[in-house]
Design a protein around this ligand. Structure first.
Ligand code: ITT
Length: 193
């Protein structure tokens, strides 16, 4: 099955294609001639995921899906949440975001946090949402070089490695995105029959 993934994030693309496996061929916006930044201006993950998927669907007419993800930190009232990409600056500056997160948590003993992914799928003109959550905690200094974004600061419950110390396979097995994508895949398989 051929399906368009509305992302400009290469890390996400490789995580998602690994979980979906050989049965799916993922197209990118660039493959379809869309090279501009896809707008994400909504106040919720659900709103942004739908906005990205609708934007591409309107331009290409193809079945497509988008993922919007946020890191929700308990002691910060759920921040950075939907603003995770632009926490410290207007761009996607992972290092600056991580520095700001550590600064805002200085002296805080409650380190609980979770990643939440919402996937919006538009298939045959109909919209569907899938969610994946992983609970964990924020450590006080970066560890590991794999993954992206806040991965070097996040340890999922039940282990002691950060996401950035895990292989892609290990991260996908427990991550927010892995969970959401397995739900998406189950749905796509169920309607293929
Ligand atoms: P697209 O919108 O093009 O898909 P993006 O990087 O803007 O890519 P999001 O808005 O979904 O993606 O993600 C917001 C930010 O959250 C992202 O820039 C990272 O800093 C962080 N993030 C998302 N998924 C993550 C993950 O699996 N591990 C660590 N950080 C992540």
């Amino acid at each position: 099955m051929k399906i368009l993934f509305a992302t400009n994030n290469a890390h996400k693309l490789s995580e998602v294609s690994e979980v979906l496996g050989d049965g799916f061929r993922l197209l990118t916006p660039r493959d379809c001639g869309v090279t501009e930044e896809i707008p994400e201006t909504q106040p919720t993950l659900e709103g942004n995921a739908l906005q990205k998927a609708r934007y591409l669907h309107e331009r290409t007419g193809l079945d497509c899906f988008a993922d919007d993800t946020g890191l929700e930190v308990a002691a910060l009232g759920g921040a950075p949440g939907v603003r995770s990409a632009r926490y410290a600056t207007d761009g996607h500056d992972f290092a600056a975001n991580n520095r700001l997160l550590l600064k805002n948590l200085e002296g805080t003993t409650d380190r609980r946090a979770r990643f939440r992914t919402v996937i919006a799928l538009i298939l045959n003109g109909e919209e569907h949402l899938f969610e994946g959550i992983v609970e964990g905690r924020i450590i006080d200094a970066e560890r590991g070089a794999e993954g992206f974004g806040y991965d070097p600061l996040f340890i999922p419950d039940g282990g002691d490695k950060t996401f950035a110390e895990m292989s892609a396979e290990e991260k996908n097995a427990v991550s927010h995105r892995g969970r959401a994508v397995r739900r998406l895949a189950a749905y796509l398989h169920s309607i293929e029959k």
